[in-house]
Design a protein around this ligand. Sequence first.
Ligand code: ZN
Length: 118
Amino acid sequence: MIKLRNKDIDKLAEIINFPSVQIHQLIAMKLIDQREAINLLIKTFYKKLKTEKYATRHIIAAIMDEYSVSRAKVQSIIYNKRQNEYHCQKCGKKIIQSEYVRNNKICDSCVAKDIHLY
Ligand SMILES: [Zn+2]
């Protein structure tokens, strides 16, 4: 069962521009879907960190650690996708399963970028 922590509620208040005291009240009355609230926090953190030039795989790892969720879960939230879709762990591009498996979770262009001829 996902539960919002105080720091999550404070961040949520900031994101939706709504007093955290009232969010606490809504949670107590079970009027907030805490799972959806966490999803919103994850999406918001991802977008913010992406503009700070962090690599997608690092951002995902940080989110997994913070919210104790799986990589697939984070990916499904940030890409708004079903969990059976595959994304390059370096650049986030959607790739087909065979490419994902063959390249060890990296897309063909990221594999190519890692090859240094000199
Ligand atoms: Zn890639």
